[in-house]
Design a protein around this ligand. Sequence first.
Ligand code: PEP
Ligand code: MG
Length: 324
Amino acid sequence: AQESYASIRDKPAETLCGQRITLKMNAGLMADLPSLESSGAEGVGLFRTELQFLIRNHMPKRAELSQLYARVIDAAKGKRVVFRTLDIGSDKVLPYMKAVDEPNPALGWRAVRVGLDKPGVMRMQLQALIRAAAGRPLTVMFPFVAQREEFTAARAEMDKALERERILGHPLPESLEVGAMLETPSLAFAPDSFYSEVDFLSIGGNDLKQFFFAADRENELVRRRYDTLNVSFLTFLENIVQRCATTDTRLSFCGEDAGRPVEAACLAAIGLRSLSMRPASIGPVKSILRRVDLSEMHQIIHTTRDEGHQSVRPAVMEYLRGKL
Ligand code: PEP
Ligand code: MG
């Protein structure tokens, strides 16, 4: 019989083969935080900080941000919150910032590129985060890093912010993790030194997929054209999992696909052990994970690929139907 989502809320996302998968939630507003309790999420795997910038008609002040981030950390009651620094540009334009006219905004001046070129806002944000942590652990992630040097420069901004706060007499975080989103295919081929420099990586599957297939995620004509379970994309993701394993780099996945049960089960089957999704998806994803055997699924994925199919979806669906 199928378990109700409520009945498994406090149970682990453990597969039939005994593999634990960490399920976290994505958030961006204070209103999302009660879901941390109700969904059974093990933390916030992606806090999209740009929403706070997008809902105002003026640039938020550092004190406002720091109070807000402190409330987020309070509400998480000791569970980790991964704060992603401002990811603007492309589909996310701030009403009070002069928009730049770009021929291809998704490939343009966005996220950490803006943060590094015009560091004022990023510095303010990092300072607000350190103050919000007020001596508690802090986790920060930079979006849209495409090469190692960008991460190095962003991390240096973090170190400078820490130093400034120390001089000003503010307590520093008890522990600090600084990671990057893996959203451009280039990072999958970055040198090992990149992998050892980051404290963790989180795959932004929405962007990674659009760049992998060169198919705009905002364009109705092409956005559904390529299946996430396309064998080429899964092979690519599996390579990233393996790189992270050999370089001992913590990896998670926080794109929308993590919240789709069939996709989530496949991500687990190729080795992902941490998924972050909208809170409402945690029940359905946990429910399916508790009914699958990852080595069986892995076998199906590889056999389908070796047989030359385009997508593993039909074979995986057939396997899952037998489990429902
Ligand atoms: C992603 O790209 O998968 C992601 C999680 O970030 P966003 O959807 O905010 O671009
Ligand atoms: Mg993204």
